[in-house]
Design a protein around this ligand. Structure first.
Ligand code: PMP
Length: 429
């Protein structure tokens, strides 16, 4: 079928009538499908079968630590070594902690507001604080800012990362801009990976705030669909080379490697930042769950096995992404009413409707029993300025349910677009 904009009103109304019938049919099915969050499916969780049984009565780490007891705030040596290798940092540059990287980010922001980040400059919270938010982005990053009353400045996220001309201009002139959120690989939700040049510019850029920090949330560091993934330049090394060794905090977790919410989370940074963080975290906790750390290390043994494990994840979820992308291409490919990302990894597909249509599409899908991520969620304050972006999360539902959900979604997109086109013609004629 042709570009919708080229069709006359009668043809559009005819298509509208047919699609409305289809939509009513979906409604009668009483669907109850949820595609709102990027969760691993049960088959993915099954890949880690045996992990929790792996200790088998042996609770002692390599240095003799009895993991059933208190202590070891920075994480077990073997856990630090494993994830340091995976994140391409040194073991002394990483803390392997509890179950949630988001919690590490939240607490780091809170401490920065209370105490500052380096012991030299004032607590961030003593004056208004702003963060740069490349968008579309991860809604929970934005929620942290909103919670702590940090003003968010939207920066466009392009194919190779944030609009760096704008980022450089903003940070060079405004001392109250203290941070930037980055999901540098297979970004949530657009799936892009930052180019080497963007990483270098982030590391080098001159910031008016001497205590500026990059929050580098590498949640999808190993979540590739292909054997030859796009490489991501090492930001910690780039920061060191640019004489800003303390500029970046790197976060990651095994939430989408082993168990979501029951894996291991980590933060990596300069030794100076890590040592400061360790002292502060010692006030919060006596130590992390080392039994889980030991179980993870025993399960994987080495970094290569983590990579192999990720290929098994890819084998499960790639067909789901393919299904969504093929349906979108077949049904919407030539209608010129939407665009979407074609990620090489990660958990999401980012979908853009015509301006002013996203909310309506999400609402229509919800009315017929398919819950999607709230329209607007991918932008600061939940406000998508052009009301276009919808985050599609294909990993959790089984293929058959995913197919039904996407067929409904595609009907909704077309119906809302036709209505929009017809209305725009009424206004102009
Ligand atoms: N960062 C990003 C970019 C994510 O997409 C997610 C999960 N949706 C998280 C962090 C959450 O990580 P964790 O489970 O380690 O808190």
């Amino acid at each position: 079928m042709a570009d919708f904009m080229t069709l006359n009103n009668d043809t559009l109304r005819h298509i509208q009538k047919q699609l409305t019938l289809k939509y009513e049919e979906f409604k009668r099915k009483n669907l109850k499908l949820n595609m709102s969050r990027g969760k691993p499916c049960p088959e993915q969780l099954d890949l880690s079968a045996g992990l929790l049984e792996g200790l088998n009565g042996n609770y002692w780490a390599e240095d003799g630590t009895d993991c059933r007891n208190y202590g070891g705030l920075e994480g077990l040596p073997e856990a630090r070594r494993l994830f340091a290798e995976l994140l391409e940092v040194q073991p002394e540059e990483i803390i392997v902690h509890g179950n949630s990287s988001l919690a590490l980010m939240h607490d780091l922001v809170a401490r920065a507001l209370f105490f500052g980040v380096d012991g030299q400059h004032a607590p961030w919270g003593q004056q208004p604080v702003k963060f740069l938010c490349p968008s579309p982005g991860y809604d929970r990053h934005f929620a942290i800012c909103q919670f702590f009353n940090i003003e968010m400045i939207t920066v466009p996220l392009r194919e190779d990362g944030p609009d760096m001309d704008l980022v450089e201009e903003l940070v060079a002139t405004d001392e109250t801009i203290k941070g930037i959120w980055c999901v540098p690989k297979h970004s949530n939700p657009t799936g892009i990976t930052y180019s080497d040049q963007v990483v270098t510019r982030l590391a080098r850029m001159k910031t008016k705030a001497p205590d500026f920090r990059i929050f580098w949330d590498n949640a999808y560091a190993w979540h590739d669909f292909t054997a030859d993934p796009v490489p991501l330049k090492n930001i910690l090394t780039a920061c060191k080379e640019a004489n800003h060794p303390d500029r970046v905090y790197i976060f990651s977790s095994t939430s989408k490697i082993t168990y979501a919410g029951a894996g291991l989370a980590m933060v990596a940074s300069s030794v100076q930042n890590i040592n400061r963080l360790k002292k502060q975290m010692a006030i919060q906790t006596i130590g992390p769950n080392k039994l889980n750390q030991l179980a993870h290390v025993r399960f994987f043994k080495n970094a290569q096995n983590v990579r192999l494990h990720m290929q098994k994840h890819a084998a499960i979820i790639r067909p789901k992404f393919d299904l969504v992308l093929n349906l979108l291409q077949t049904e919407l490919g030539d209608k010129k009413i939407a665009t979407w990302s074609r990620p090489q990894g990660g958990y999401f597909i980012s979908f853009d409707t015509m301006p002013g249509c996203a909310k309506k599409v999400v609402q229509m899908a919800a009315d017929a029993g398919v819950e999607l991520t709230k329209a607007g969620a991918t932008f600061p304050y939940g406000i998508d300025p052009t009301d276009q972006n919808i985050r599609i999360a294909p990993t959790y539902p089984p293929l058959a349910e995913l197919k039904t959900a996407m067929e409904l979604f595609i009907v909704c997109v077309q119906l809302v677009s036709i209505e929009k086109i017809l209305r725009s013609r009424e206004v102009t004629t």
